[in-house]
Design a protein around this ligand. Structure first.
Ligand code: NDP
Length: 251
């Protein structure tokens, strides 16, 4: 456990100004973590999350950084540690889509998605691991996706990034799990958020047909799974990908 003033564990949740990340930050705050709320553009939204988390009686602060930029990830970790203390829990949640068929996909679309979703997650994990290993405790949770397991037309960049996160999770877990640090992934199915709000009705209906639970997920469904993986109770779970998708993919 890190040395914050109140002894709380410190969690950095990337992309927690809204959506799944916001719900995760608030759930971890509810469970007593000091939370680093992170955004790239949505400073005001992030400050609102900080205010909500603070009302739960924990330390919380907002940090802006583009996770696609190597220097920005370094700066982000330094700022969080200076303000809240060493990072015990890293949730790599920030993510973007730039959908189009592979034949039409521009290098820019590929690079932006891989840099944000995968390379950013790798750099942040690399940046927190040394401290976690030294302190013999750490939790890294990578937010992948159902499509990283099953593929999806029109999302070659996104699917590659999300499948990459599953591979990264397994590789890191093999390197660090002997020293109290677990690395896992969560694979959300179709969750109501800004990311999915733009989908047309026909596509939504088609997705719904594939979900045994008969409903789309809420951000809180993901937050609960992540909070469990971050807890002491999940200490013997590592290198795994937990699907939270209403049964959409069964392996
Ligand atoms: P949203 O689009 O609602 O939120 C994305 C978050 O990521 C925002 O906080 C945004 O910050 C942040 N972000 C985006 N780009 C960057 C960047 N370059 N640097 C730093 N932060 C960035 O997404 P969701 O909540 O829906 O998704 C969260 C994660 O869950 C993503 O990784 C997504 O791929 C994954 N996921 C979502 C599913 C869904 O159905 N919604 C399904 C499966 C996986 P800001 O507000 O400042 O723009």
């Amino acid at each position: 456990m890190s040395e914050t003033t109140n002894g709380a564990r410190v969690a950095l949740i990337t992309g927690s100004s809204r959506g799944l990340g916001r719900a995760t930050a608030l759930e971890l705050a509810r469970r007593g973590h000091a939370v680093a709320v992170h955004y790239v553009r949505g400073e005001e939204a992030a400050r609102e999350v900080v205010a909500e988390a603070s009302q739960l009686g924990v330390q919380a602060a907002a940090f802006g950084a583009n996770v696609a930029e190597p220097d920005a990830t370094k700066g982000l970790l330094a700022q969080v540690e200076a303000e809240l203390g060493p990072i015990d829990v890293l949730v790599n949640n920030a993510g973007i889509t730039r959908d189009t068929l592979a034949m039409r996909m521009k290098d820019d679309d590929w690079d932006a998605v891989i840099d944000t979703n995968l390379s950013g997650a790798f750099r942040l994990a690399r940046g927190v691991l040394r401290g976690m290993l030294k302190r013999r405790f750490g939790r890294i949770i990578n937010v992948s996706s159902v499509v990283g397991l099953m593929g999806n037309a029109g999302q070659a960049n996104y699917v590659a990034s999300k499948a990459g996160l599953i591979g990264l999770t397994k590789a890191l877990a093999r390197e660090v799990s002997a020293r109290g640090v677990t690395v896992n992934a969560v694979a959300p199915g179709f969750i109501e958020s800004d990311m999915t709000a733009g989908l047309d009705e026909t596509l939504r209906e088609a997705y719904l047909q594939q979900i045994p639970a008969g409903r789309f997920g809420d951000p809180e469904d993901i937050a609960h799974a992540i909070a469990f993986l971050a807890s002491d109770n999940a200490g013997y779970i590592t290198g795994q990908t937990l699907s939270v998708d209403g049964g959409m993919v069964m392996r």
